[in-house]
Design a protein around this ligand. Sequence first.
Ligand SMILES: Cc1cc2nc3c(=O)[nH]c(=O)nc-3n(C[C@H](O)[C@H](O)[C@H](O)COP(=O)(O)O)c2cc1C
Length: 377
Amino acid sequence: MGLFLWLHIKSRKMDSLKIGDITIKVPIIQGGMGVAISLSRLASAVANQGGVGVLSAAGIGMTEPDFDKNSRNANRRALRNEIQKTRTLTNGIIGVNLMVALADYDELLKIAVEEKVDLVFMGAGLPLKLPDFVLELGFDKIHTKFVPKVSSAKAAKLIFQYWAQKFNHIPDAVVVEGPLAGGHLGFKMEELTENVVPLHQLIRETVEALSAFKTPDGREIPVIAAGGIYTGEDIVEIMKAGAKGVKLGTRFVTTYECDADMAFKQSYITSSEKDITLIKSPVGLPGRVIDSPFVQQIMRGETKPFNCPWKCLKTCDYKAVPYCISKVLLNSAQGKMDIGFAFAGYNAYRATKIQYVKEIFDELIEGYESTILKTKE
Ligand SMILES: Cc1cc2nc3c(=O)[nH]c(=O)nc-3n(C[C@H](O)[C@H](O)[C@H](O)COP(=O)(O)O)c2cc1C
């Protein structure tokens, strides 16, 4: 009976997640959130719980005093400092989220690799090319593992095939981000409003599409699910579809450790389902936000001219766009909600209080285990 009970309890636990030679004790990854929403405080708190804490590199140098004159250097300096700060706060697994569309993507990737972050997540565009320094160094000399973020099985397969052919090396894992996620979304507006493909279908399709690829030690490529995952029960469901890990953004915003101002977090808590809305972002992608008087102002086209110190996103036509997305996001992270909006996942309205990251981990793990137990009974 003792052994039976032990096996029973053990099998309820979430399996750890292996990406390359890195073992993540709890397969929960915190999504990188920019601008200035997930920095060292949130990332280290998540890593200290056995998950992966992720710094967002988007606009990371904007609070440096010389940003307007020296944007490129300011970003590099700020990212290096933030990684080093995170390391002083945790011995756990950390990552950096990099948008492929960033003008200084290659340089920031180099900083992440030099600082030996465990994982780099590459989203907002297909990471087909790799900077020369990666190829010159060779993958076996680099500690950092590369994890593209996609929104379809087709995109995942394309990246894996391209890397296999060009680099004789494939990404170490892939994140599939579905239509309920927060921030910029890799779907057309109509794909988010009609005939929406659910995340579990995207996961099944991606697992299938990547089945021909194996990790160097012969395992399946870990597929990580993101977008709308909020509870332990959600984790059970998505793992049944084939995910080996989950990536959560929205759930970690309403924590004490989240690096955003309290007003940003409160906008989640006071929102209701009808407030979660979609906008067309100036970078050419839809974005999910919390509705507000400022969002309405933008929708009516009432925006003020702005000055672009440097073109931070390759895809932004800064002379034509009605506002600067980076500035608006930084404003909201600093609590200036009258001149900024909060990016948010579909489930943002479900938050009722500010919690510690540890409480969220406890709830997710407990919810996961009790769901498994229920399905076994
Ligand atoms: C406030 C906020 C900011 C985000 N910023 C970024 C970002 O700068 N770059 C990026 O690739 N993803 C960004 N995301 C997406 C998250 O990394 C994550 O994949 C997503 O939030 C998962 O969905 P969920 O919020 O429903 O859990 C952001 C999400 C939120 C909620």
